[in-house]
Design a protein. Structure first.
Length: 203
């Protein structure tokens, strides 16, 4: 069971992430300092670094924990389930929970430092996922390829969601872009892309 200290820490991290996002979107990522974020959250610079090692990391708190939690969920799936079906089921659940704020995605897309940190965090998560698949008896080569294909699927889902979100009419909420017809649902997109991208070597 999660303790009070863990719940408090997660709440503070969420508060810092929210304050940082407000400042980044208003003033720009490069223009915002750690001191600005700490001051907005009512804490000292030193306290900020107890929760995040850098301002780049403040937006990726969810992703930081994702690799470990996804690995745990993969290990808990039915043993007879194939690796692609397993990845689809687990990552589909994460797409339903993921923070889908368009401003976060746009901020990452236009900020090289954030893109680099995102790739680093994603690679750390991929390693954990590969290890979890190997733990289920999947050959290392197949586990690596399956995890890479799943990562490509999620990247495609994120880009399509952002395209349709940006193409949505602000007054009606209806999409103007092609492909998915507007504000695409991330879970439905995930199902479509996983079906389209299923690796041949997995049968």
């Amino acid at each position: 069971m999660e303790g009070l200290r863990d719940r408090t820490r997660r709440a503070v991290r969420a508060e810092l992430a929210g304050r940082a996002l407000e400042l980044f979107t208003t003033h720009g990522f490069d223009e915002t300092t750690v001191d600005d974020i700490a001051r907005a959250a009512g804490m000292s610079r030193r306290s900020f670094f107890r929760y995040f090692p850098s301002k780049e990391d403040v937006l990726f708190g969810q992703l930081e924990a994702m690799g470990e939690q996804v690995a745990e969920e993969i290990a808990a799936r039915p043993p007879q389930e194939g690796p692609w079906e397993c990845l689809h089921a687990v990552l589909r659940g994460w797409e339903a929970r993921i923070n889908t704020q368009a401003e976060v995605m746009r901020l990452v897309e236009r900020t090289p430092a954030l893109r680099a940190r995102l790739l680093q965090k994603r690679d750390e998560a991929r390693v954990r996922i590969v290890e979890a698949l190997i733990g289920r008896g999947v050959a290392a080569l197949e586990a690596d390829l399956a995890a890479a294909a799943a990562g490509a699927a999620l990247d495609t889902v994120a880009r399509e969601w952002l395209r349709t979100h940006e193409g949505a009419d602000e007054d009606t909420g209806e999409g103007t872009g092609e492909g998915t017809g507007g504000n695409a649902d991330r879970v439905e997109l995930t199902d479509r892309v996983f079906a389209m991208l299923r690796p041949a070597f997995l049968g």
